[in-house]
Every structure is written in C-alpha cells, then in structure tokens.
Design a protein around this ligand. Structure first.
Ligand SMILES: *Cc1c(COP(=O)(O)O)cnc(C)c1O
Length: 481
C-alpha cells in the first residue's frame, strides 16, 4: 500500500481490525497493570525498529503502536488510577475524535466551518449561562487545556487594564502588573506570566488558610504593599478545586476585593468547575458568576479526550480586543452577529473542532447523564474516605471533591513513609496514587477520576494499602531489632 488513496474495502478492513484491538484494551483495562514498568532500552528499540525506509503494512504498524501504548504508557483510564485529573474517556467522545479527523474542519475562520463554529458558539453561550453569566453579554473560546485558558485570562486582563498593551506591550506600563493567587494555585499561572513577558516575579503567592483556601486578609495586605511599592495590582486568580487538595477559594470575597481595587477576577475551575453539572453541588461554586473569566477543562471531569478546555468571560469585547488581527489572505466574511472568526478571538490559528467532544457527549448523555456521573465520582470519593478511616488512616484535607490526602498518623512526621508507600503502589501496577504536602506533612493523595471506578476497586485498593503498611511496620521492626 503505497498510495494515500486507500480503497473503501481496505479502509473497512483496517478500521474493523483496529477496532478489535482498541476495544480489547477498552473492555479489559481493569485487567492491566495501571503503570507498566518501562524498560527504556526496549521501548526505544520498539519505536525505532520502524525506520521509514521499509514501509510496513498498516495492520502491522498499527499493531505495533497499540502494543506499545498498552505495554509502556500509564493507563489513566484504569479504574484504579487514583491520580491527577485524567479521566477515562467516554466512548462517545472517542467517536467524536474520529468524526473530527474525518472531516478535519478548519476552525480558524467561520467561512470554512460554519457548522463547527456555530456548535462551539452555542456551547460557549450555554456554559456562560450555566456558570451564571448573562449569556447575551458573555463570550468565550475553546482552548487546548487549562494552561492555555489561564494564559488567555492573563492576556485579557492586561488588555483590559492597559489599552495600549496591544501596540506597545509592556513598554507603556511603567508599573509592574501583579497577579495574585494562592499558594495552592496551579503552576500554569507562573508559566503564563513568563509567557506574556511579565516574569514569575509578577505572580504573588497569597498565604492559604488552615483549610487551604486563599487567605483574604493576606491578599489585602499584599495588594496594599504593592500599591505602596509602586506596582500595579492586575488580577486575582481564585481556584475552584485546587489540584493538590481540592480546596475552593472564597470566590465572593475575592470578587469584592477585585471591585474595590479595580482588578480582573479570574476563576481557575479547570477540574472543580465540573460541579456545575450537578444541581446539588453547583452551589459549591457560588461567587463564580461574579468573576470576569473562568477556566473550565472539559478533558478533566467531563471525561472527554485531551485537548478540550474552555475560557469564558463576562466581557463580550475583550477577546476580540486582545486577539483581533486582520490579514490579506484570510476570508473576511465571518463577523455576523454573535459569530466571530475564532482566529481573531483566541490564541490558536488553524485548529481542530475541539468542541465536538462536548457537543456529542452532551447530546447523548444530556445534563442528567452528566449529573449522575459527577455524583458517582463524589460518592466513590466519600466511600474511599470512609474505607481509609476504617483502616486506621488519617485524612489531612477536607475537600468537597473526591480528592483525599491521607497518611498513617503514626508516621506523619516521617516524609519517607508516604514516599515509600506511593512508590510501592505505583511499582506494583495495582493502582496509581501521588503524594502531596499539607502543612508540612507529606500525605498520600488519591483522587477519583474515572466514572467506572466501583466500590470493589476501592476495597481492593484499601486492602492493598493495608498489606503495604504491614510490610512497612515489619521492616521497621526488623531494622529496630
Ligand atoms: C489541570 C489544571 C490546570 C492545567 O490545565 P491543563 O488542561 O493541564 O492545561 C490548571 N489549573 C488547575 C486548577 C488544574 O487542575
């Protein structure tokens, strides 16, 4: 097969063979080790055995790749992956990736993809309304991830505060603009500050309270100090669902401070924004409607494949003000009513139809389906917490989200304990967890990220932890003897 023009028969045959292999993985993920042990030399050999001089049959090439992914990559879609916010992708979103690849809509300009742009616009408006913005006066864009959405927020805040930023960059800003976020905030903010040329010194870390939320009095203190020092307080980023321990910053109070000091208020709800999908939990996010902008990752709690995030804002003109550009070669017929050409309105230029994964998933599962899935995660989180406590573990955070930071109180002052247990869990391939320091204590962190995680999975995991703890005790005891 040397030609790109595969026949229909060849295509059918390839897709059905590929489906069998992929679905075997999808159906039997639970039976695999969560994190296979990578043998770097073998891995390299496998990849470089394809040298592009000899062309392979597509079946053989695909088979190699599926094998490689199965054997070497961490399976974030495993029900016992209790890790960072990487979900098991729902099957409908997988199909939407396929549809997108078939049509390959060009999302730079409306003229090329009116259907796709209209779908994304519809979703943006719908979610603006869900988060409590006035949808007729709100705007937004899809983004590749939370990092891009947070970068977009900082650019919008700069363009909002400094009208000449667009032409003169930072040359007109003699005062250093300052971004405030809590110690628990995501580090993509520091990266974004560097990317926009402000540098990491422009990000001020606000202390967090005992419950790991942004401390309002410390925020005021820092702002006041900055004003005296001749800096220019630019924005506050509150996090709704911090990555480490699942805290929610006091959004209503932050909003008041931002009004008082004329600052932009951004909420990073990359993971935690998912609470909006369930009527019972949506009030956790109270105050988010008072923000100027929101980051919401669809590829986290909404269980779609990577590359799907949203940036929403209550300032309808700010994205155009920040990103508008006109060129000779791009079609110009896009600006009708609410529809804008995405490339004049966001960071990316040529890009894929990101929003389809959400549109198709929502079309099939509806609000109700999502609401139930979110509840299942919360229920499993509560179950895990209960099981841990019953087994003598202590919980060090108090999150509404299914994020549990725990350790053995007898070993809490020995940072090695958590590291050792974590490493053993990961090496065993039985499950995957991380560690996270809370007030000087190195805790183990387990987060429910998978809609198919069951109580049985959790019981098995907690039983396995008990075995590891016992081994640790015995080893310690032997050493002491
Ligand atoms: C994951 C996360 C990010 C970064 O998002 P990506 O999608 O990984 O780019 C930002 N903020 C928070 C709070 C996060 O949890």
């Amino acid at each position: 097969m040397k030609n790109f023009n595969l026949t229909q028969l060849e295509r059918k045959s390839l897709i059905s063979k590929l489906f069998l292999q992929l679905d075997d993985f999808y159906e039997n993920t639970r039976d695999l080790k969560v994190s296979p042990k990578p043998n770097r030399a073998k891995l390299k050999e496998l990849i470089e055995s394809i040298n592009f001089e000899v062309s392979l049959q597509p079946e053989e090439a695909m088979s190699n790749i599926v094998q490689g992914l199965r054997q070497y990559d961490l399976h974030t879609s495993h029900p016992k992956y209790f890790g960072l916010f990487n979900p098991r992708t729902n099957f409908i979103s997988i199909l939407s990736d396929l549809i997108t690849a078939y049509f390959n809509p060009q999302l730079a300009a409306w003229s090329h993809s009116p259907f796709s742009v209209q779908v994304e616009t519809y979703l943006i408006k719908t979610f603006c309304e869900k988060f409590g913005y006035n949808k007729d006066k709100a705007d937004g864009t899809f983004a590749s991830g939370g990092a891009e959405a947070n970068l977009t927020a900082i650019l919008c805040a700069l363009n909002n505060k400094f009208p000449e930023f667009e032409t003169n960059g930072h040359l007109n800003t003699s005062k250093r603009p300052i971004i405030y976020c809590s110690k628990e905030a995501h580090h993509s903010i520091v990266k974004a500050a560097r990317n926009v040329g402000l540098g990491s010194k422009s990000v001020k870390t606000v202390c967090s309270t005992d419950s790991l939320e942004l401390d309002i009095s410390n925020l005021i203190q820092l702002i006041e100090d900055d004003i005296i020092e001749g800096n220019s307080p630019l924005m506050v980023i509150g996090t709704a669902g911090t990555t480490g321990a699942g805290a929610i910053d006091p959004l209503e109070d932050i909003s008041k401070i931002c009004k008082l000091y004329d600052m932009w208020f951004h909420v990073d709800a990359a993971f935690g924004g998912g609470a909006i999908m369930n009527p019972e939990y949506r009030n956790w996010l109270k105050g988010i409607e008072l923000s100027n902008s929101i980051t919401f990752d669809i590829h986290k709690w909404l269980s779609v494949s990577m590359g799907t995030s949203m940036f929403l804002t209550n300032k309808p003109d700010i994205l155009s003000k920040t990103f508008n550009i006109s060129t000779e070669y791009m079609p110009k017929d896009g600006v009708i009513d609410e529809i804008k050409d995405p490339y004049t309105h966001s960071i990316q230029w040529s890009r894929r139809f990101i929003g389809l994964k959400l549109y198709l998933s929502l079309a099939v599962f509806g609000w109700e389906g999502y609401s139930q899935v979110i509840k299942h995660h919360i229920d499993m989180g509560a179950f895990l917490k209960g099981q841990l406590i019953q087994n003598g573990w202590k919980i060090y955070n108090d999150s509404k989200y299914p994020i549990i930071c725990f350790s053995d109180p007898k070993h809490e002052n020995n940072p090695e304990f958590a590291e050792l247990i974590k490493t053993k869990v990961i090496e065993s391939g039985e499950a995957w967890i991380s560690s996270y320091p809370i007030k000087g204590i190195n805790t183990l962190r387990a987060c429910i990220t998978n809609y198919s995680t069951t109580k049985e999975d959790i019981i098995e995991f907690v039983n396995y932890l008990a075995v590891l703890k016992k081994e640790y005790f015995e080893e310690k005891h032997l050493i002491a003897l």
